[in-house]
Design a protein. Structure first.
Length: 525
């Protein structure tokens, strides 16, 4: 079959035709929106938001944000989808949430409700919405219900994000794989890049490093998607690539501070990937103090009670405990662990590490048993668990079991490309055991890496909080307060409050002075 037969008269990629038609539809919707907004025809604005929400978010974010921001609140009563959209993109307005049961939500409504609850930190609620609507979405995609393909793609991408943020990696992988195929009908290359980035993030965080590298190599050459939905997960591909390079012990290929990954906008929901990069690298290099202040600041400022059971909370808590134990501060680590009720493999490993720091090897083995004998996708935690179990068995004098556990850890590390878990190996484990086939070269690479200078002297920004640093960074690029508020997805008053705090902390009285001081202190690159 010729290319003409496959792709139509011009032989063009059918996805190009879809994009062109989508752009025409978006232009028409934006023209109608502008006219209705100018004449204050609020119900027409709401009708357009209900019907064309996806196109308007993608091609006219500022236009729909400004229009919905001007609609009187009592006009939203009969427009639940537009109400949810307004809650998402106009955070300064207090508009009641859509309280309909999940069974009454259409696919578009479920998608917007997932985004709304996630951005408000209610990760568990977003995940419940995704689970409640997935069966209906699968039936619809199977053509029992006819809906535009784009709605399915946006839905499954957002559902996958919800599950990933909740730490439900099996569900996340299923949703994202549903639309990641290069032959998936009409999926844009930009959206495919984002979806592959999230799949790479799942692989990198859980420890499937070879898979993560392959996904990064596939996604990286694809053109980057622009727009609001992309901003929510801008850092996944970068932090996945960085985690893969950390496991390769490459000290030259990552620019610090890693908060630069996804830090241009506070709406990036996967910001915690950068902290995981910093922590794994600092531990591999034997420099845990270099990143502890950043981790603690994020746990205070970015982990809320509503997000207490999210993957971000798990990662940040696990990183803080691991760094405290590496610095010989077991009591502080115990307090941090006592403050969470989560039973995640990343935290169970650190509870076992705490028991070992108290010289309680049997208690450590009991804590590790569920990790080592239960099927779960968190291979990095499992490999660390095997190494810590070997440390415990060594203290108990069980030399045969030490060798067996380290052999399993070595096979896992070689199969999945993990190196940094070996930083957990007790140096008192006898040299003959450390000379297992294949283990000695890995340990030598770690020792060699630690002889090099740690890659940055400026990992901490003690003067400003993360949010204040983000605001100063975007304002230094010449944005107005209104533009900075849109970039950060907050209200203008929030920006003004943060700027006043920046002035106070830097001892300045104006924005030009603050920007100049930021450059002088190295706060702005």
């Amino acid at each position: 079959m010729s290319s003409q037969d496959q792709n139509g008269p011009s032989g063009a990629d059918p996805r190009s035709t879809v994009s062109a038609g989508e752009q025409v539809a978006a232009d028409e919707a934006l023209t109608q929106l502008g006219t209705a907004h100018w004449h204050q025809q609020w119900y027409e604005v709401l009708e357009l938001a209900e019907k064309h929400w996806r196109l308007l978010l993608k091609y006219g974010f500022e236009e729909i944000q400004n229009a919905l921001g001007d609609v009187p609140e009592d006009a939203f009563v009969s427009y639940p989808r537009a109400r949810t959209l307004s809650r998402i993109i106009c955070p300064g307005r207090e508009i009641p949430a859509d309280t309909r049961p999940h069974t009454e939500l259409g696919l578009a409504d479920a998608t917007l409700q997932m985004i709304d609850t996630r951005l408000r930190g209610e990760v568990a609620a977003a995940s419940r919405t995704a689970l409640a609507s997935e069966a209906r979405a699968e039936r619809a995609m199977g053509h029992e219900i006819q809906l535009p393909a784009a709605e399915f793609r946006v839905y499954f991408e957002q559902a996958g994000s919800c599950h990933l943020l909740a730490g439900e990696v099996h569900h996340a992988r299923r949703c994202l794989t549903r639309i990641s195929s290069p032959v998936q009908e009409s999926i844009s290359v930009g959206q495919r890049r984002d979806v592959l980035g999230k799949l790479a993030f799942i692989a990198a965080v859980t420890g499937h490093m070879h898979s993560a590298r392959g996904l990064v190599e596939t996604a990286d050459p694809l053109p980057r998607r622009t727009g609001w939905l992309h901003d929510l997960a801008e850092s996944t591909l970068k932090s996945s690539a960085a985690l893969a390079r950390v496991e390769a012990l490459d000290p030259t290929s990552i620019q610090f501070p890693v908060t630069g990954i996804g830090a241009e906008t506070s709406a990036d929901e996967f910001w915690f990937g950068g902290r995981l990069v910093e922590t794994r690298w600092a531990l591999a290099w034997g420099e845990p103090a270099a990143v502890l202040s950043n981790i603690r600041e994020d746990r205070r400022e970015r982990i809320t009670p509503l997000s207490g059971d999210s993957l971000a909370a798990t990662v940040i808590t696990a990183c803080e405990v691991r760094l405290l134990l590496a610095l010989g501060q077991p009591e502080e680590a115990a307090q941090t662990l006592a403050a969470t009720s989560l039973r995640h493999p990343m935290l169970q490993v650190n509870r076992a590490r705490l028991q070992l720091s108290r010289d309680e090897p049997w208690e450590a083995l009991a804590e590790l048993a569920p990790i080592l004998h239960t099927v779960h996708p968190w291979l990095y935690a499992r490999m660390e668990g095997l190494i810590l179990a070997a440390n415990a068995r060594h203290r108990l004098g069980h030399s045969d079991e030490v060798a067996a556990l380290l052999g399993r850890a070595l096979a896992m590390g070689q199969a999945d490309g993990m190196t940094t878990p070996w930083a957990s190996l007790d140096p008192e484990v006898p040299a003959p055991v450390q000379s297992l086939d294949g283990l000695a070269p890995v340990l030598e690479r770690l020792r060699t890496a630690r002889t090099r200078p740690f890659p940055t002297p400026k990992l901490t920004r003690t003067l400003l909080s993360t949010r204040e640093w983000q605001v100063l960074t975007v304002l230094s690029q010449g944005l107005t307060f209104e533009e900075a508020a849109r970039r950060q997805y907050v209200s203008r008053n929030t920006i003004k409050t943060q700027v006043r705090s920046i002035y106070r902390k830097l001892g300045v009285a104006s924005l030009p002075e603050a920007i100049a001081k930021g450059y002088e202190l190295g706060l702005i690159e």
